[in-house]
Design a protein around this ligand. Sequence first.
Ligand SMILES: Nc1ncnc2c1ncn2[C@@H]1O[C@H](COP(=O)(O)OP(=O)(O)OP(=O)(O)O)[C@@H](O)[C@H]1O
Ligand SMILES: [Mg+2]
Length: 258
Amino acid sequence: MNELVNLKNITLIYQSLDSETLALDNINLDVKNEEFVSIVGPSGCGKTTILSIITGLIKPTSGEVEVADKSPNPKDGVIGYMFQRDNLLPWRTIEKNILFGLELNKKLDKNRKNYALELAKKYGLKDFLKKHPAELSGGMRQRVALIRTLALKPRLLLLDEPFSALDYQTRLELCDDIYDIIKKEHKTAVLVTHDIQEAISMSDKIYVLTARPGRIKAIHKLDFDANLTPFERRKTDKAKQLFDVIWQEIQNEKQDKI
Ligand SMILES: Nc1ncnc2c1ncn2[C@@H]1O[C@H](COP(=O)(O)OP(=O)(O)OP(=O)(O)O)[C@@H](O)[C@H]1O
Ligand SMILES: [Mg+2]
C-alpha cells in the first residue's frame, strides 16, 4: 500500500488583525491507498482545518504536506468532498445535480456522463433521476452528493461530518451504504466526525486529537473482519471496548482544558 497523504509536523496559526490562534500543533498523519481513516476530537480541535490543509485551501504555518497527485488518468480528479450539508441545487433534477460537478469542471463528455449515470443507477438512484432534491429524503440526498463527487473520479474522498444532519436510523443506514460504495469503488477516505462509534464502524485507522490546539493524542489501528458492515461492527465487543478507550481519551481532554 502506497501513501496518498502524508502530513509532517504540521502547525497552523490562524492570524487575524488583533489575535493569533494556534489551531494545530505538530500534526503527523498519513493515509494509505484505499485506507479509511477517521479523525475524532473535541469541537474546535482543528479537524476541518486538517481537511483544508490536505486540499491545499489553507497553507500550514510550518510543516510539509504531501498529497500524491498522480492519478492513473490525468483527467481524473484527485480529491472529492462530502460535507454535512448536501449542497444540492434545488432547481435542478437529481440527474442534473449529479452532472453538475462535471459541468463545472468542464469535464462533461459522453463517457463521463455515462459513468456518472451508471454509478447513480448502480447505487439505487435510478428511479430518482428526474426528481428534484426536495422530493428526496436527507439520506437519499447525501447519496446523490456522494455520487456527484464520485463522478469526478477522485482518488481521495474527504468527508466532513457527512451524516451529522441526519436522524439516527438514516445515519446508520447511510453509513452502511457509503461504506459499501467506497469499498467497491476502491476509494481512499478521510472522515471527520464527532461520533466515535461511527469512526469505529468504518475505519482502518482513527486519529484522536486533543482539544485546541489540536495535537495527536492517540492513533488506533483497527483490525475488524473485512466482511463486516459498519452496522455489524458496531455490535461487536471489540467495538464496544474501543469506544470506551476513545471516549475516555476525549473526556480527559475536556477535563484537562476546563
Ligand atoms: N478562519 C479562521 N480564523 C480564525 N480562527 C479560526 C478560523 N477557522 C477556524 N478557526 C479556529 O481554529 C480552531 C479549529 O477550527 P476547526 O474548524 O478546524 O475545528 P473543528 O475540529 O473542525 O471543529 P468542529 O468540531 O466544531 O467542526 C477553532 O478553535 C476555530 O475557532
Ligand atoms: Mg469542523
